[in-house]
Design a protein around this ligand. Structure first.
Ligand SMILES: [Zn+2]
Length: 385
């Protein structure tokens, strides 16, 4: 038998055996690829910044690598105006760089959607785009959200991060300050509940430099909003913290009150932002208080970075590593939930519901919007009578 003919098949088998030997012989290689779970999912990520510039979405997937599994991705719904009268040639890139106003920037949703649509199906499966380009003081904001779903079906899973009260930002927004008592906000949250969109809302619980011992300025208003929308999945960003906050004991007690109350089972908190992480790991006592609360309510906290247009993985995972002392204090199951599985539960359900809503509703034309508006005005009428 002329081996040369038979040999090729033998050679292939030999080659396969050799490769698998090589793979298995180098510890961790194969395991790494197949075995290793991502360290976290990220519920709070801005692909673009306050002048709508950011990271290319393909580069961002490389930055995620195999460290971060899934990400809720959105832009920033506010544009920092470059006013030549105010700043001359010095182009501001952040809201603290200029006195010139911020204004709502709706095109952010189209650029996020187009970036997402430029990905492969497999890449898309790792991202949950969110609609942010609306003005929450506008009764027509809900029509913008529906129009974005109609224009980009199959893309979005939620709305946010959008902001009501945020220190140093809210007062700078052209067109008037957002309010927790605005029926425009109720309309947005009603619609999100109907569609199944996850809501990620930024609302400082308090004002900066508040007087010691005084009740947090926006806590009761926020609780009232949350209670008015029990069927809407709401994530309160940064657990309601801002840059300038109170001693942790009070803050944790306010969160515990909400978490303990069955009227708020639809509410979770994200622990994103380096300001929040810095604060939670600031002392052994702060850490213990935070870990106790999270271990008590493991299904209600989600990890997030709140990073904006990072340039590399180190910068992107900075907040995750800041939380190392917290991860050490959480029991194994809780840590898994906060870092990864709470995200999967919330967003898998949202994807299903939103796709189902799109399939059932998007063929309906404008008559739908008009009917929805009338129905809503009736609903609002009864609420505010
Ligand atoms: Zn944010």
């Amino acid at each position: 038998m002329n081996h040369s003919i038979a040999c090729p098949r033998l050679r292939t088998v030999a080659a396969c055996v050799l490769i698998s030997l090589l793979v298995w012989s180098s510890p961790g290689a194969a395991q790494d690829i197949s075995q290793e779970q991502p360290i976290a999912n990220d519920v709070h990520f801005h692909l673009t910044n306050y002048i709508q510039e950011g990271t290319d979405i393909h580069d961002f997937l490389k930055i995620m690598g195999n460290k971060v599994g899934r990400v809720a991705v959105f832009g920033i719904p506010l544009q920092q105006q470059w006013s030549y009268r105010s700043d001359g040639d010095r182009a501001p890139t952040y809201y603290l760089n200029s006195d010139a106003p911020l204004y709502y920037y709706s095109f952010t949703d189209a650029s996020i959607a187009m970036a997402y649509k430029s990905l492969t199906k497999q890449e898309q499966s790792r991202l949950d785009p969110m609609i942010t380009g609306f003005n929450p003081t506008d009764m027509y904001a809900v029509d913008h959200i529906r129009r974005v779903l109609q224009t980009f079906p199959g893309v979005f899973s939620g709305i946010g991060e959008f902001t009501i009260h945020k220190e140093f930002v809210s007062a700078k927004i052209a067109g008037g300050v957002a309010s927790l008592q605005d029926p425009a906000l109720d309309r947005i949250l009603d619609f999100a509940g109907d569609v199944g969109l996850v809501v990620l809302i930024h609302n400082d619980m308090d004002v900066p430099f508040a007087k010691d011992g005084s009740e947090p300025a926006y806590l009761d208003q926020m609780k009232a909003v949350l209670k008015r929308h029990p069927t809407t999945t709401i994530i309160w960003a940064h657990t309601g913290m801002g840059r300038v906050v109170r001693p942790i004991r009070n803050h944790a007690a306010h969160l515990a009150e909400i978490l303990h109350d069955p009227a708020f089972t639809n509410v979770s908190f994200d622990i994103s932002w380096d300001e929040v992480a810095k604060y939670i790991v600031s002392s052994p006592e702060a850490l213990r208080i935070a870990a106790d609360l999270i271990n008590r309510y493991p299904d209600r906290f989600l990890f997030g970075t709140d990073e904006v247009a990072p340039s590399d993985q180190n910068a992107y995972l900075k907040v995750y590593h800041q939380y190392a002392p917290l991860w050490a204090l959480l029991d194994k199951q809780t840590s898994e939930k906060v870092r990864r599985t709470n995200y999967e539960r919330v967003f898998d359900r949202a994807r299903q519901k939103v796709r189902a809503w799109e399939a059932a509703n998007l063929k309906k034309d404008v008559r739908f919007a008009a009917r929805h508006r009338i129905a809503h005005i009736h609903r609002m009428g009864s609420q505010f009578r």
